[in-house]
Design a binder for this molecule. Sequence first.
Ligand code: SFD
Ligand code: AMP
Length: 615
Amino acid sequence: MNVKHVDSDILIVGGGMAGCGAAYEARFWGKDLKIVIAEKAHIDRSGAVAQGLSAINTYLGYEEGENKVEDFVNYAKGDLMGLVREDINYDVGRHVDPSVRLMEEWGLPIIKDEKTGKYVREGRWQILIHGESYKPIVAEAGRKAASEVVNRAVITHLLMDKNDPNRVAGAIGFDGRDGSLLVFKAKAVVLAAGGGTHIFRPRSVGEGWGRTWYSPWSSGSAYGLEIQAGAKMTQMEVRLIPTRFKDGYGPVGAWFLYLKAYATNRLGERYENNREKLRPLVGDYADAKPMPTCLRNHLMIEELKEGRGPIIMHTDKVLDTPEKVEAGWEDFLDMTISQAGLWASQNHDPATRGYEIMPTEPYIMGSHAVNAGAWVSGPEDVAPKEYQWGYNHMTTVTGLFAAGDAAGGAAHKFSSGSFAEGRIAGKSAVRFVRDHELHVPAFDTATVDKYGEQIFQPLENYKVGRNYITQGTVSPYYLYPSQGLKRLEKIMDEYAGGWTSYYMTNADLLNRGLELLTMLREDLEYLGAEDLHQLTRAWELVHRVWTAEAVVRHTLAREETRWPGYYYRSDFPKVDDKNWKLFLVSRRDPVSGIWTMEKVKYLPMAKPTVPVAPA
Ligand code: SFD
Ligand code: AMP
């Protein structure tokens, strides 16, 4: 086996939005440090922004007097039914605008009003971009800041320090192109490996199976790595169900907010403002303005359940000028080309006919309108002391930092906020390295050998097991990654509140789901991979199963329905502020494998002492 060793001061796992932000900022404060990015794909086109975006969804415009940072905190809090880490949302909010200015400097075309010179708003928080090349532009900054980018580095495990089992010392994985074992040693690690799709069964079937809204290559690795290392996790129960154009998964933000389209049920009724229908479930949250994303979903789901589907977005009522037609098509061509392709293949003209929208399958994320991820230390000035243990954005594992989808607590970060949060984590990691200058990270060679064997086991399983196949792909001796993935998706869909049950679950279903997940995990030992591509799929599945288990355990522990429209507990169908306006924080002990679940009091942020950064 070929083994490559890469030593560094700071290792960044995942070169997406947060990873590039971390590299950029770590270089600014740590000019002399060795900063390495380990990226599963190729940094120029990796992560959720690989295919581009059409908007930057978080830009406050505080210098222009458009929004205050406090407004952003309140917006995120309202949207999440009262549960965000205000301290982290505040920190991201005060750093996001300068980050967007940087991106513009690097060449990102942000659409401006010709008269005022101001960015054109899609909505209160969003600005429009010509964003097909968003990722290569941001990646260039990340690449130039890093001492080395190791592309095709599929990280499978974090490595812990041999003298301290709760301190990170590096990471291990393999090169997806040449099959080498990759062993990274680092004084600090910033985890920025993105969110999780294909945890639940997608709506797409057959040859469309790989099509999801969030990128299919978002493999839940951030959560898988964090959980295995024993980091505390939060908000894993809150799944994102975005409304999307049917089958192509085209986003709706530009249509609702910028083009001002509206949706109706089959009777032509606008169902979206029926707040009275919400009141019995959520009480006064029914009056929240703007209406929380989950509640908007809930109203649509009710229409579908009661037989008043399909829900149609009236694109035809708003595309009344050539400029608007162009804006509508560009929205998809910039970020969800499949929707434009689908419309073209169906001879669909959105200017003359509306199109169906649907709630998607659930995604696990920390950067969109939900906030799953690691429980991280907050910023020194605004975090309540219970949420602060030294270094901003350090997880509960010493030396391990998290940002973007990987970091829990703050919501509505999106691409720009994830980049800004990466910067926060990168700066903090430099401080950590400086404060521990004499520390020499070290791991057991026996652990490296053990992982080295485990990592390539699926190739071995395939080599041996294929001899027993007489026909087709079903082997008595191994499981293909795609077979395991289908099994995972079916379990999560049917037991943990997927789309086929209209997102409904309960304790009995969740407990049974947990049993089935345990059996699935036992079988992961028999994963078979015919090549390095399938080996990547195999490890992505392992990470997805860890993510799924955390989702089920969190959902089971929270005995209320706080986010109707994202999921429902039929045994506890209402919001219960008295008992549940708190964070659930879980930890899996890496030695015993035992999970513990803590209820952590909701605490508002303290008054800021560090001023908002100048743009
Ligand atoms: O409208 C490993 N997002 C949108 N954000 C916006 O600001 N505007 C929009 O218009 C957005 N829309 C949207 C969005 C995403 C997608 C897919 C679509 C539309 C179709 C959300 C943002 O993209 C998202 O919030 C950020 O990208 C999150 O950043 P980050 O850094 O947390 O995740 P990443 O960018 O996916 O990067 C993760 C990286 O990790 C790598 N990786 N590397 C090594 N080893 C492993 N095991 C790894 N596993 C993963 C990945 O390859 C990747 O590079 S709209 O619909 O909302
Ligand atoms: P989307 O394209 O659905 O991901 O949404 C992009 C942005 O617009 C996100 O910040 C959403 O929260 C917001 N958004 C989308 N639809 C609506 C709506 N109907 N009302 C308010 N905000 C919305």
